[in-house]
Design a protein around this ligand. Sequence first.
Ligand code: PLP
Length: 426
Amino acid sequence: GPALRDPASPPDWYPDGLAHVWLPYAQMKTAVPPLPVVATHGSRLVLANGRELVDGVASWWTACHGYNHPHIAAAVARQLRAMPHVMLGGLLHEPAARLATRLAALLPADLERVFFTDSGSVAVEVAMKMAVQYWINSGVRGRTRFVAFRGGYHGDTTGTMAVCDPDDGMHRLFHGLLPEQIIADLPRDEETTAALERLLGERGDEIAGILVEPLVQGAGGMLFHDAAVLQRLRALADRHGTLLIFDEIFTGFGRTGTMFACDAAGVVPDILTLSKALTGGTLPLAATVASRRVFDGFWSDDPMHALMHGPTFMGNALACAAANASLDLFEREPRLDQVRAIEAQMTTELAACRGLPGVVDVRVRGAIGVVELDRVDIPALKARFVEAGVYVRPFGRIVYLTPAFTIGTADLARLTGSIVRVLSMR
Ligand code: PLP
């Protein structure tokens, strides 16, 4: 109850922390104060007062194996003793080498060249720079814009804000700072496909690439589309000679039911971005993976044709060791079966939200469960979820679940049951 929102005896670091830490997306004056969390295990957050919350979000859908998986912890500890970090400037180490090799083997076709960064936003920035420079290296001038889609979200940096849905609100303040990009409707039907075809016909020579979150647009609204949309995008990109970029930062590593969304769609993009669950949610790491065609555009005797990017901590050895351990778990444990079981359970249990006041839609794909409302009083909802013993973080008009794939049926039922109960109280 209220003791959680205003902890009666918070840990000693909490008051000073509140005075000095600037939290994301939060009006610091009016936001419900953050919950002091002291430990995690499995699908649970342990609060300072000893209470445990079932985590429905998996820390922005990263912790796919649950928290504190011993296999990842052991791999990171081993790597910490051997070599926590060296730059990739002129050096290469085993964790990065093995990880790149394994990602190339897992991804379809010739997506085989991996550029490491530290966050999803930067992986998308790199994908954009890669596409722009690919055309420059190929002697084609003027292809500096991207087609991205309404409902899309690709990050919070300057380059990526410009390819997010402009009406989403979260980046509107910064429009003056952002390069002009082209935001279109996804080609869901004949009309939107024809519109995109027209756009590419008219402005194709400005366009470096088409950027899309395949199958599920995540932070822009948890919107689903089917494989046919991606097949149309592939055909349009080919017909108009532009690159196709899949941002799989949300969808990668099983979240939608296959290892990557592109597998389900049977579509191979030219560039693909990964992050979030890449390390099982333990350490920051991202990857921008290029097809052979794109990499060949940089293969030259001209030093100016090199990819001009190089974050200090790229390919951090601890993060790569964590990612390798995470891939071990995907090999050894039935993660995709677990996703199917979660999908089935959420489909059954969230159906009870249909017909509740203000519920506009209920949709489930893989380990993503979404209840869309006509409006949301977010602070009130958040407080009720905490009272119910779950951590669910609604945004926009969306209440969603992206649990760990290892969540048990009882904890998942606790999450879905809390959503049904809390939404019944509105
Ligand atoms: N792209 C997609 C599809 C995402 O879901 C996110 C994060 O939510 C990002 C990019 C940005 O990643 P990061 O927050 O690591 O910068």
